[in-house]
Write a protein that binds this ligand. Structure first.
Ligand code: BDR
Ligand code: CA
Length: 317
């Protein structure tokens, strides 16, 4: 029945687009959604994820709550770009979830789903990597059940929450280092450099808004996010970071990738949370870099990607 997928998320306006993309795609077997602190505190990200699945008429998808804070260093700062409740203050406009929250926590649900799956599962982390690092650390036996991890995070040229760091990595650098540099599960990193190039404009959002109830509800979640990205982009538009990663997760090869070693700065200095993508040419020589290599998404057919996401959301079941 298509790609088996678990999304780990902190909704988040762009998370909302990403969850909806997977939830309405008939060729995706969305096994579960797990939540993590991030854009807003855990109780809000969890409530938002549940309401978003209800919006998409997917009460069959279990939701489990995970980490409320980073693995090592506590960090009270949330993102400010998604509004007070993570959805531009409009979370209450989404339908209430009919399915109860799972009694298991996020790691417990991921383990159950992975163990029960008859084929490898893709995990798409689109928030801080705390839950995924805990999964890999505490349950090494489930690695074989993970087809690949396709994550939104990191930046090559610059950050967004600081000059050096992208938000998801900065929010829990130790967890990110575990997943990106210290493990061996196949991993695709979708960095800021590419997600920004996939930004969508007001015409794209207008087409989405006029497509039906799901598109209209998603567009209604964007005002605060749009206000932020208007300043960043210089035009009316948004960067749908997380939907770019989920598009690759459900349609492998949609993004072009290059293979590099990636490290994460876990120091306490100004570069904390920076992803160091080692693009030195000599490292491309066969045998020059025996260490862990990550597929970094560097390019795509930008209009094709925008059209892929829009068409899926418009053709919601
Ligand atoms: C990432 O940070 C969050 O604000 C977004 O939801 C996305 O996952 C972009 O840096
Ligand atoms: Ca996110």
């Amino acid at each position: 029945m298509g790609t088996k997928l678990i999304i780990d998320t902190d909704p988040g306006v762009d998370d909302a687009f990403a969850i909806a993309l997977a939830a309405v795609s008939a060729d995706v077997d969305l096994l579960g959604v797990t939540t993590v602190f991030g854009n807003v505190p855990l109780a809000m990200t969890t409530a938002n994820a549940r309401r978003l699945l209800q919006l998409c008429d997917r009460p069959d998808v279990p939701v489990a709550a995970g980490a409320a804070r980073p693995l090592v260093h506590r960090n009270e700062r949330n993102s400010t770009v998604h509004g007070v409740d993570g959805l531009s203050g409009r979370a209450g406009s989404l339908p209430e979830a009919t399915r109860p929250l799972e009694p298991q926590d996020a790691v417990g649900l991921m383990v159950s789903l992975l163990e029960a799956s008859d084929e490898p599962v893709t995990i798409a982390p689109i928030g801080p990597l705390t839950n995924v690092a805990a999964l890999l650390a505490a349950h090494p036996g489930v690695r074989d059940k993970i087809a690949r991890i396709v994550l939104m995070g990191g930046g090559m040229a610059h950050g967004n929450i600081t000059a050096a760091a992208e938000f998801n990595i900065w929010a829990d650098p130790e967890a990110a280092r575990r997943v990106l540099s210290e493990d061996d599960v196949p991993c695709v990193m979708v960095p800021l450099d590419l997600t920004h190039r996939c930004a969508v404009d007001s015409a794209w959002l207008a087409k989405l808004a006029s497509s039906g109830p799901i598109g209209k509800a998603l567009d209604a979640l964007t005002p605060d996010y749009l206000a932020h990205y208007r300043r960043v982009l210089g035009y009316d538009g948004i960067v749908m970071h997380d939907a770019v990663a989920v598009a690759e997760a459900i349609n492998p090869g949609l993004l072009r990738t290059e293979t590099y070693p990636v490290n994460v700065d876990t120091s306490a200095g100004p570069s904390r949370g920076q992803t160091l993508v080692d693009r030195r040419p000599a490292l491309q020589d066969p045998g020059a870099q025996p260490g862990r290599l990550i597929e970094v998404a560097t390019d795509t057919d930008l209009d094709g990607l925008r059209e892929f996401v829009l068409t899926r959301l418009i053709e919601a079941r």
